[in-house]
Design a protein around this ligand. Sequence first.
Ligand SMILES: NC(=O)c1ccc[n+]([C@@H]2O[C@H](COP(=O)([O-])OP(=O)(O)OC[C@H]3O[C@@H](n4cnc5c(N)ncnc54)[C@H](O)[C@@H]3O)[C@@H](O)[C@H]2O)c1
Length: 313
Amino acid sequence: MGVVGLNYWGPNLVRNFADLADLTWICDLDEQHLASISARHPTARATTSFEDLLGDDALDAIVIATPVPTHYALAKQALEAGKHVFVEKPPAMRAAEMDELVSIAAERDLVLMPGHLLLYHPGVLKVKELIDSGDLGNVLCVYGNRVNLGIVRTNENALWSLGVHDLSVILYFLDEDPVLATAQGSASIHPGVEDVVFCFLRFPSGKIAHMHLSWLDPHKMRKMTVVGDKQMVVFDDMEPERKVTVYEKRAGAAGDLHSGDISIPKIETTEPLRRECTYFLELIDGEHDKDKVARDGARVVRALEMLTNSLDG
Ligand SMILES: NC(=O)c1ccc[n+]([C@@H]2O[C@H](COP(=O)([O-])OP(=O)(O)OC[C@H]3O[C@@H](n4cnc5c(N)ncnc54)[C@H](O)[C@@H]3O)[C@@H](O)[C@H]2O)c1
């Protein structure tokens, strides 16, 4: 394995892949970032040149944790060099570019896995299990709140930085492509970079979804709610223990609705990032459906593009 991009997020991937696989390369354009990770992983070869990884025939897979605008070009070069690719979310900024990556991976029988971390979160997996089991009944709507008072990025708006997480989960829960995806936002801190974004999506089945994304909010929320016609479920990632809560819905005599039993299913405590990295290695070993993982990633980029066009328009 080789990991490229070693500043904030990359070291977490390095830590996991060094434990789970044979980490032979680390790469960053910045000598200081490279030196600090190299000190912790002296057996991995350190380089500022991505080409060194591409040219190593013994290297099976490349993990990309560089800024989003660089993902498509780096992932494309890695796939063309015959490497399996794990690329942080989103792997491309345009649907056409993502489709191109998906076809190169399929043609060469390579893994292309986008880093949608929440899809490996035991709480999200539990909610999906409840949806698929029919326990919630017919799902009517899903909404996400990902808000806090935080670092306002200058190169990525709240939709791209925060929304990609909720979008990947909404599409995973509903397993449909939206027919309508609109977004409205405001940029009050850095001109042109929306720090507050509201999104609305409608799906062919009639289900609807909403996302509230913000770095300008008094609450710190990492919450997804799924409303079914029998039960409702909340995934709250700020809760240390009660990550998932299921609310039974009861109809009163006068046609009113009120909540019935409330339950808290037991959720495994495995670190989502460890599960995500393990999944990538299992895909390389031929387990699971690698084409589905790449196609699901393309679905996220398509919806993101629809939302971005609406926000820009
Ligand atoms: N899954 C998650 O929860 C999560 C959390 C944070 C960040 N991320 C993702 O991880 C990625 C990296 O985020 P970050 O905050 O660490 O970014 P960052 O900008 O802090 O670091 C990126 C690093 O990549 C290096 N780099 C850039 N271009 C390069 C190239 N061509 N070759 C080698 N090195 C190069 C830079 O020198 C820098 O050290 C982003 O895609 C981000 O969306 C994911």
